[in-house]
Design a protein around this ligand. Structure first.
Ligand code: FES
Length: 99
């Protein structure tokens, strides 16, 4: 095993869990939110610094879609597609390009 530092400045976890009841992040459109965040990070040229990852259930299903950002200690709930630009602006605020 190698013990390495985290290779990203930010990691964004988007819950994509789906429940039969429909009370879940997937039921609120989290697949689209994940795709939009990922595309927006790439469009800003930050994909080497910011990782947008799929997450399983975060146990806050009724507040979904849920998005959490590390190491910012931010938890966005009831996220809609219209929230994506604001989340992106906030999370890239202190990302520092190498060099
Ligand atoms: S389904 Fe997303 S928190 Fe449970």
């Amino acid at each position: 095993m190698k013990n390495n530092p985290v290779p990203y400045q930010k990691i964004v976890f988007v819950c994509l869990n789906e429940r039969p009841s429909g009370v879940c992040c997937a039921g609120g459109g989290s697949e689209t939110i994940h795709a939009q965040l990922k595309a927006a990070v790439k469009a800003r040229g930050l994909d080497a610094l910011v990782r947008v990852s799929r997450a399983g259930c975060l146990n806050q299903c009724a507040q979904g879609p849920n998005v959490m950002v590390f190491p910012d200690n931010r938890w966005y709930s009831n996220v809609t597609e219209s929230d994506v630009p604001g989340i992106l602006d906030e999370l890239v605020n202190n990302v520092v390009a190498p060099g």
